[in-house]
Design a protein around this ligand. Structure first.
Ligand code: 5RP
Length: 225
C-alpha cells in the first residue's frame, strides 16, 4: 500500500453512519472514495456524499455511493481532500486541477475538514513549490493580472494542455498562475487576492483545515487545530 492510500484509509476512519461527506479531488482523494465504497459494501456504512468535481462525482457514482448535488446542501459533516502544499500552520495550496471553487466551498461548509497528503507536500511557506492558481472571470483577466502585478505578483494565464490556448476551469474561468514575494505571509496573501476584483477563487486555503494527516514511509502523523 502506498502512502497516499494509507493516509486516505486513515481519514476514512473518521466517517460514521449518517454523515454527509464531501469528496475531494485528486489521487489521494480517490483512495478515500474507494475506501468509503468498500466500507459501504462490506460493513454496511450508511452515508451520503457530495463531490468537489465531476471526476469525483463520476467515481462515487460508479462505486454506488449515494451522492447529492452541491446546490442542495447548506452544510456537510466532513470534508476530506488532498493538497499541493501544506505549511506548519496548516495553510494549504490547492487547485493544480480545475476544481478549487467547489473544493473551497466544501472546505468552508464542513464541520470538519481533514487534509490527506504524503510528506512531499510539506513546505515552510505557501508558494514554495508551486505558483498560486487564481481563477478569474475571463473578460477581467488583464485587469486582474494588472492589480495583482501592482501588489507585487508576477505571472500569466495558465496555458491549456496543447499549449495552443488557455486553460479553462470546470466553471469556465481562466487561471492566472502567480508568484508573490516570498516574504509575504499567508494571511496577507489571502487578503490581497480576496480583495482583487475579477478573482473568482484562488488556491490558498487559509484557516480552513481542522486536521492534516501526513504519511511518510508507512507512518502517519496527525496534526489537529
Ligand atoms: C486539486 C487538488 C488536489 O487535492 C491536489 O492537487 C493533490 O492531489 P494529489 O492527491 O493527486 O496529490 O487540490 O485541486
Amino acid at each position: 500500500m502506498n502512502d497516499k492510500q494509507l493516509v486516505a484509509i486513515q481519514a476514512a476512519t473518521f466517517v460514521k453512519d449518517g454523515m454527509l461527506v464531501g469528496l475531494g479531488t485528486g489521487s489521494t482523494a480517490n483512495y478515500f472514495i474507494e475506501e468509503l465504497a468498500r466500507r459501504q459494501r462490506e460493513d454496511g456504512l450508511k452515508i451520503t456524499t457530495v463531490a468537489s468535481s465531476t471526476i469525483s462525482a463520476n467515481m462515487a457514482q460508479s462505486l454506488h455511493l449515494p451522492i447529492v448535488a452541491l446546490e442542495h446542501i447548506s452544510y456537510i459533516d466532513l470534508y476530506v481532500d488532498g493538497a499541493d502544499e501544506v505549511t506548519p500552520e496548516m495553510t494549504l495550496l490547492k487547485g493544480r486541477g480545475s476544481d478549487l471553487v467547489k473544493e473551497k466551498l466544501l472546505a468552508k461548509a464542513a464541520t470538519q475538514f481533514i487534509v490527506v497528503a504524503d510528506e512531499s507536500k510539506l513546505v515552510s511557506r505557501i508558494g514554495q513549490n508551486f505558483v498560486i492558481p487564481i481563477e478569474v472571470i475571463p473578460f477581467a483577466w488583464q485587469l486582474t493580472k494588472k492589480s495583482l502585478h501592482d501588489a507585487g505578483a508576477e505571472g500569466d494565464l495558465r496555458p491549456n494542455a496543447a499549449k495552443d490556448g488557455f486553460w479553462v476551469t470546470s466553471h469556465g474561468s481562466y487561471v492566472l498562475e502567480m508568484k508573490f514575494d516570498k516574504n509575504i505571509d499567508a494571511e496577507t496573501l489571502n487578503n490581497i487576492i480576496n480583495n482583487t476584483p475579477g478573482v473568482i477563487e484562488h488556491g490558498i486555503f487559509y484557516s480552513l483545515a481542522d486536521a492534516v494527516l501526513i504519511a511518510n514511509n508507512g507512518h502517519i502523523t496527525e496534526r489537529w487545530r
